[in-house]
Design a protein around this ligand. Sequence first.
Ligand SMILES: [Zn+2]
Length: 127
Amino acid sequence: MVGSPALIWAFPPGGHPTLESQGYASGTCAVYAHWSATDAEIGPVLVRGAGPCAACVSGSAAARGRGGHPALRSWVAAWVALQCEALLRTGASELIGASWRWRLSRPGLDLVRWRALPGCGGKDCQP
Ligand SMILES: [Zn+2]
């Protein structure tokens, strides 16, 4: 994990707290990218010192059902590839502290904001 240019967490925030915490502490950028049979989400991007920490983003409201819709899997794959390419090339991402969600039941892009929890006190955790 350490030394990788970016981590892609293929599960919702909070899905593997120990792993996510170690990734955040390593200083490696991480991008959440996951999907289910009903919805998909890209982000948030975690960058130490530039947004909320792994503990603060745990508890995604995204569906955690089994299986995955093939169109949502393709949507996630394309967007995460573009986000990683932009993040590694520019060092910036509009998904730091935010994510995009797509629901089959209500098509369209939803922007979700993630903020540091009050009193987090985590090293390098930013609101
Ligand atoms: Zn935090």
